[in-house]
Design a protein around this ligand. Structure first.
Ligand code: MN
Length: 246
């Protein structure tokens, strides 16, 4: 009997200007994901996504359409693809889901993964010491701000996104790196709030398995790698987790 495999990836930051990571991603879908049951993308699939009309301008960048079609191939083979928003691509919406067959899940979400209730997050909300970022997150996730943003022409939205990425690069350079990592408090609160013993997230680009105790219960926090480097994934098969770095 075939073992049911569930795969997790995040932080691919796909963009037409970095074809190497896109190539690695398509190879991953053809090889590793080909006989999986489920594939979870825990945020930042794209370097930026300013609206589903990204799919309508292949002359600007054919990559969004190629990603949608590649997911649709998995869907047609019975593989469930679930996507969580990251801090770069939270405008992925119904249009992308229709084109790709992928389903959007909330951040956070508790899912049954191989029989274990598992908390899934992008990971940015765990970085509770990064006060500027958390304030910005509040702003840009508000329905009113999003309505106004999406009402702007596509070109203008792309320019705004470029500007924001530059600002965030500048801020990242001046901030101590610990501030951009998760905090013990953020992690503990997440385990407590959701009553689980296993968490998988991305965002920090610090792939690892951490063992910790919360209220006397032994808990595991698994962190996904980014694909700016060589990439990798987490696999759950037969109740066992493994972190694979390419
Ligand atoms: Mn992120």
């Amino acid at each position: 009997m075939r073992v049911a495999r569930t795969l997790f990836i995040s932080d691919l930051h796909l963009t037409g200007t970095h074809p190497e990571s896109a190539d690695r991603f398509f190879r991953f879908l053809e090889r590793e994901a080909a006989d999986a049951c489920e594939l979870y993308v825990l945020g930042d699939l794209f370097e930026y996504w300013v609206g589903d009309d990204e799919l309508l301008t292949p002359q600007h960048d054919p990559l969004p359409g190629r990603v949608g079609s590649a997911f649709a191939v998995l869907r047609d083979r019975g593989i469930v693809v679930r996507i969580m928003h990251g801090n770069r691509d939270f405008f992925i919406g119904e249009g992308f889901c229709r084109a790709s067959g992928a389903q959007i899940i909330n951040d956070p979400a508790v899912m049954d993964v191989g029989g274990t209730p598992t908390l899934l997050m992008h990971g940015d909300t765990l970085c509770t010491d990064d006060v500027d970022y958390q304030a910005w997150r509040q702003t840009c996730r508000a329905p009113e701000w999003q309505r106004e943003f999406l009402a702007k022409p596509l070109g203008e939205r792309r320019r705004i996104a470029d500007g924001l990425r530059e600002t965030s690069r500048d801020m990242a350079r001046t901030k101590p790196t610990e501030i951009m990592d998760v905090t013990p408090r953020g992690v503990r609160d997440a385990f407590r709030t959701h009553g689980v013993a296993r968490l998988i997230h991305g965002h920090t680009h610090r792939p690892a398995r951490h063992q910790l105790e919360v209220d006397g219960i032994s808990c595991e926090r698994w962190v996904l790698p980014d694909w700016y480097g060589t990439g990798g994934y987490i696999e759950v098969a037969d109740g066992n987790l493994k972190l694979v770095l390419f």
